[in-house]
Design a protein around this ligand. Structure first.
Ligand SMILES: NC(=O)C1=CN([C@@H]2O[C@H](COP(=O)(O)OP(=O)(O)OC[C@H]3O[C@@H](n4cnc5c(N)ncnc54)[C@H](OP(=O)(O)O)[C@@H]3O)[C@@H](O)[C@H]2O)C=CC1
Ligand SMILES: CC(=O)N[C@@H](CCC(=O)OP(=O)(O)O)C(=O)O
Length: 342
């Protein structure tokens, strides 16, 4: 069994990790931390877990994390970087769901995240955990930077086009919508029911912190710098990411065949038949990214639609996918749930 610790067990990604891990046949959850709920039974706070878990939240300072085989950080940015080094030294693997180890250029990270990096020496070693690109590196990793929710949907959507070298990478556009759980469980005015429901707005247009992450990933695939306009939106739904991606074709190929071939061996990427439009509810609660590729009116513009559940393929599910790969388990173990409809 893999002995697992979760730091930040009361946030939305933390409780999603719990929902998936309590039924994972090769995992034993040893510790779940919360500063605000320390001493409280996990199943008293999250009643969906009643009958599945018999643990109390512990304060992060008291949790015996260095006795675990793996620790997930489901914490705000800037927390994992303070503890990763000592855990690795104790032989514990680390998966950070936040952004502490995602960006290789430290000055760039410090600019976007507004803090000094506490552990720059580990950035080179950290593996960006998008298995569809980095599976071989994930296998031997000790430290995983789990991708952001927007970056997962956008990178998987653009990937086949960039790998094939058939689009102009200087003018990429990602128009992306997120449900409000993407903002986390902490109280904030913009996620109040009266603010977020029956409303729809863009935000972060001058610059969102996922922009450098997506550009870094796409530039690695292209093996040259890419230019991207990224516009996130908040939509009145709870879960889900819907990315509409635009690029200019510089070469005509059978796009449907390209996407089907690229993802034919990927358990968690589903390419829809030609002409279809994926819906966020078709992936809700699952680790699947569903993609459709279109070339409207046979013009030179390709439009890709990519949907995920931000809390699963965009966070907890992808983190468990990485864990399965790191521990040489079947990649789908414990995370092949059928999406919830309606
Ligand atoms: N929501 C989403 O869709 C996605 C989120 N992420 C990232 O995952 C991480 C967690 O997100 P989410 O679950 O939404 O966040 P939440 O705000 O919902 O939860 C944060 C959790 O971290 C704990 N925490 C906060 N501060 C500290 C601290 N200083 N030390 C230890 N624990 C702390 C909180 O519990 P307590 O205060 O009681 O200790 C809480 O359990 C974030 O970095 C987020 O950006 C990534 C992809 C998608
Ligand atoms: C809707 C919403 O507010 N989304 C969050 C991003 C989601 C997130 O969790 O950011 P990381 O993946 O980098 O951790 C935002 O725009 O700040």
């Amino acid at each position: 069994m893999i002995n697992v610790g979760i730091v930040g067990g009361t946030g939305y990604t933390g409780v999603e990790l719990l929902r998936l891990l309590v039924l994972h046949p090769r995992v034993k959850i040893k510790a779940i931390t919360s500063r605000s709920e320390a001493g409280i039974n996990v199943a008293d706070l999250f009643t969906n877990l009643r009958g599945h878990i018999d643990l109390k939240f512990s304060d992060p300072a008291d949790a015996k994390l260095n006795k675990c085989d793996l620790v997930f950080f489901a914490t705000p940015n800037g927390i994992a970087m303070q503890q990763a080094e000592s855990l690795l030294q104790a032989g514990v693997k680390v998966i950070d769901l936040a952004a502490d180890f995602r960006i290789k250029n430290i000055a760039e990270w410090e600019k976007w995240y507004g803090m000094q990096h506490a552990c720059p020496t580990l950035i080179t070693e950290a593996v960006y955990g998008l298995p569809e690109i980095n599976r071989e590196l994930v296998k031997n990793a000790r430290l995983i930077a789990n991708p952001g929710c927007y970056p997962t949907a956008v990178q998987l959507g653009f990937l086949p086009l960039i790998e094939a070298g058939i689009i102009d990478v200087n003018h990429l556009i990602a128009d992306v919508k997120s449900g409000v759980s993407g903002a986390g469980r902490k109280a904030e005015i913009h996620t109040l029911l009266a603010e977020a429901s029956d409303n729809f707005k863009a935000y972060g247009v001058p610059g969102h912190r996922h922009l450098p992450e997506i550009k870094q990933g796409l530039s690695n695939i292209a093996q040259k710098p890419v230019n991207l306009t990224f516009v996130p939106h908040l939509v009145p739904m709870i879960r889900g990411i819907h990315a509409t991606l635009y690029a200019k074709l510089i070469q005509q190929v059978d796009l449907q065949a390209l996407y089907e071939k690229r993802y034919q061996n990927e358990a968690f990427v589903d390419v829809l038949p030609a002409g279809k439009h994926p819906e966020t509810r078709s992936v809700r609660g699952s680790n699947i990214c569903r993609i459709a590729v279109h070339q409207p009116q046979n013009s030179d513009t390709v439009v890709v639609l990519s949907v995920t559940d931000n809390l699963v393929k965009g966070a907890a599910g992808q983190a468990i996918q990485n864990m399965n790969i790191m521990f040489d388990l079947p990649e789908t173990l414990g995370i092949n749930q059928v999406p919830l409809l309606p």
